[in-house]
Structures are given as C-alpha cells and as structure tokens.
Design a protein around this ligand. Sequence first.
Ligand SMILES: *Cc1c(COP(=O)(O)O)cnc(C)c1O
Length: 341
Amino acid sequence: MSYINIYTNNLHHNINFLAKKAGGIEKIMAVLKDNAYGHGLSLIASKVSSFGVTSAITRDFEEALKIENFFENILVLSEHIKNIKPHSKIIFTINSLEDIVNFPKKTRVALKVDTGMHRSGIKMNEFLSACKAIEKNELKLHSIFTHYRSADEVGSDFFWQKQNFNLIKNEFNEIKHNFSFKNILFHSCNSAGLLRAHYFDEDLARIGIAMYGYTTLPKSFGVFDLKPVLELFAEQISSRKLLVGEKVGYGGEFCAHEEMISSLYDLGYGDGLFRYSGKKELKTTDGSLFLGRFSMDNISINSEKKAISIFHDVSSWTDNFETIVYDQLVKLSPKIERRLI
Ligand SMILES: *Cc1c(COP(=O)(O)O)cnc(C)c1O
C-alpha cells in the first residue's frame, strides 16, 4: 500500500523556527485546514499541541470538533451561518456585516476586515457598525484580523494593506472604551507575512505552509531554514523487463530504446497525484524515470525498489505541473496511510 511518512522532527524544527520569528510559541496559530494541508488532521494536531501550540485554524466546524481536545482556541474560517453553535473553544469568523445578527448569542467570534483582498470580511468603513452589532448581539469577540492578497510577492500591495490594517487598529483604540471587549488580539500574517517581517509585533500569526516546510516567497526575501514534513511513497505491485521497442501504458507514450526494468506501483491520479502525461521527463526522489502516462491507480517506474519515494520536496514536484505546493499537498487522498516517523 502507498503511504506517507510524517517526519515529526522536521515539524518540530519548523515550529521552533517560526515561534522564534514570531516572538513566542503562544503567537502561533497552526493552520490545519483541509486535513492539515493533506498531512492528516488528527496526527498533526496532536503533534503540534505536544510542541506547545495552543491555537489552531480549520476550514469548518466539523474539522474543529475533531481536534477540540488539543487546543484552547480553534478559529473556523468559513462555516455556513446555519451550522454555527456556541462552543467554549471554537471561534467563528465573521465574514460580512449582515451576518452578525444571525450568529447565536454568546458565540466566540473573530472579525475579518477586508483591507484589500476583496474576497470576504467587513468593509473598512463598516468597522464601527460591526463592533456595535457584535456588542448588541452579545457575541464574544476574540480577535480582529485581515488577510493579504500578495504576502508572497514583491510589490506595494502588502504594504498598503498593512497600512489599512493599521488604520483599523487605530480606530479600535479610539473606540474601544465604548465597548465591553477585553483582550482583543490582532493578526494579519500568514507564513509569508511572518517570514518577510523584519520585526513582528502582532499578537498572533496564522501559519500554514511554512510549518509543513515550504515558503512561496521569492529567493530575494532570503533563504529560510524549513524542512519538508511529508514524504510520499508507493509500493511495487509487479515488475517486468521491457524489450527494445516495447511501449508502456495508455497511448504507449513511453517507448523503451534499450532493455530496461519497468515496475508497477500502487499509486495514481485517483490518489490525488496530478496526472503526468508522459511527455516531458519526470523523475522520482531518487532519480528513477516515470515511464509513460499515470493511470488512475497505478504508475510505471524504471526501478526495482519495493517501496519508492515519489516526492519529498513537493515544490520541485509541482514545478512540473505548473501549480503551487498547496495544491498537490491538499489533494493527497486521506485514504493513504500516514506514518509518524
Ligand atoms: C490558509 C490561510 C492561512 C495560511 O496561509 P499559509 O500561506 O499556508 O501560511 C492564513 N490565513 C488565512 C485566512 C488562510 O485562509
């Protein structure tokens, strides 16, 4: 059976590195949405909590409930209002002003402010109205946050959005004495935002991809000491010798120009791998050639290994598919066994 190794030491290393950058482990919110970026939700939750992380982020209520025993605070990013119920540990995101009246009383909430991404969140000029509605509806405000549209790109976007968020912080300081809000936390940075910061002075940082060992920041921002947490393996089902001129797989895309070994392995695009068309050269971690198109449940490789690493560094893998590391990681089927190393 194909399997995934999760390297606990690398996870620990990345978290320590990021906690140092943030100014304390208590500032790290571990982003565990989408099955912890494909790494395995419960596995990663139990590990990061054992390393001292007390806050996490999930996509929805269901994911949050699965890990409620590991954290003090779990921020849910996008849940339908009809599913929201007050919970002592779970914090729901307010994504629009109109929604506030629909939250059940006493629900813990985080207010998302749109500072320029224009995807969700209240508008900046709705901030005072939002605060009033939160107080009136007796919601428990945990934090105020925003999200950058270009945290990992060179350019001015990051800076004017940051400036906009500063305006919100200032506005809050001017109006807060009119409200009963206490210990409100501010956060704006994802991995790229934290890594590029020369000086980090916010209360929390929402860390996903860097915890798993990657950054999408251009090299000009520096080289960061992050280690990939996940390695994907496939196991051999059968092996054969190809004769000169024999073609492998659908469409006969690969043709043997010399006698060579072709083994069949138990992983395919049905397990969430991108489909390789067999056209350009593609290699496994140890440099073995993939032979021909990927099938749904199988791939052919020029190797005799019983178990072979398909990728360890996902970033060099996704370069072949013109996509980002997030995309391949989250697609890895939850059915693949995750092994803690
Ligand atoms: C996914 C997500 C993050 C984490 O982003 P990374 O680039 O993986 O660190 C942070 N904040 C929000 C709102 C997100 O949706």
